[in-house]
Design a protein around this ligand. Sequence first.
Ligand code: PLP
Length: 394
Amino acid sequence: PPNFRANNFSAGPSSIPEEVLTVVQRDLFNFDNTGISVMEMSHRSKSFTKVFKEAEEDFRKLYDVPDNYYVLFMQGGGTGEFAAVYLNLINSKVIRQKQRDSSNPLKCAYIVSGSWSKLAKKECERLGGQTHLIVDCQDSASGKYLTVPPVSDWDILPTQDLAYVYYCDNETIGGLEFESDSVYPHFDNSVPIVCDISSNALTRKVDFSKFGIVYAGAQKNMGPSGLTVVVVRKDLVERDSIAQSQINPLPGFPSVLDYKYFVDGGFMPHTPTTFSIYVCGLVFKYILQKGGVDEMNRLSVQKSSLFYNLIDSNPQFLNNSIDKRYRSRLNCVFTLTNPSLDSKLLQDAANNNFFEIKGHRSTGGFRASFYNAITVNQVSLFVEFLSKFIQENS
Ligand code: PLP
């Protein structure tokens, strides 16, 4: 066991459970009795094939992913998926058939609840997509994302005009998280709903049957960066004869972003992120053993409540102005009412072994991320430290 470990509240890449790191350390030089490290091993080898297969099976088990959905292990992170979502859907048979019936280009509709959904929309526009803003949750006075306007204020276009509806379930920078199952009921179920769960993956149940595509970068709740897990409904990967033709390859659509390239290539058409898949596979087993996604939800609620209780009991010192309904369980943002104490807090925190609590460079302030690898005890210790800091500096 290591003799020094920091309380690392990084928003990503972030903490990995120590139980998992211990296995990684044990296997580092000699994986599966091969005398080869998993990161030195062919992705076609017997040992890695088993890792890959089990990672998919365990992910499916954790989330109870329905049979009519593929689970793809891709690269390119969340940003890669901003493009992939658009390119795959707009080239899919389902959407192209719908497009033929309509004189106007179908709209790619976005709910913007923070920086990442805003960037996803921008990426779609960069690729030539016709976007539609359903609702922008940005508060015009503060520039922050503090709540979600009532659905009566959303601009919901008729189903026949929409290619898909996109949103981000948990905004990592601003700290705004939708309530479970709160978005899809507002849309006709014939429109594919796309959801980015990068920063709240494996922290609560997802009813995949309500979604077209759900995806997550691994580097927050699942393991090291590199891997992106994509869950996509099978019919959305089908192409019509024109888009499928080898003679007319789809312009501007790289194979590495193409879900069909993965499906047709036996889910591993090129070299995957072997090390990341291996570690994520261990994390999946760890979460299964700890009680699964429901247990992670229970712990997430417990950790974030401990923290928000501290904030709300010290309004003269700490502030989080996000509507309580939408406060993230994973990324707890806060500011000091006296910002001249900001650097002292960072320094005192470091002296007490609490790291990575600085807010995102675009927002300032502070952010503590309590992903699955962070224990209730670590959050309690941090709350204790902050209470003491408040007493000493009030
Ligand atoms: N979506 C969310 C919710 C994120 O938090 C991030 C990154 O932190 C991204 C997308 C972009 O992911 P990446 O940096 O892997 O491209």
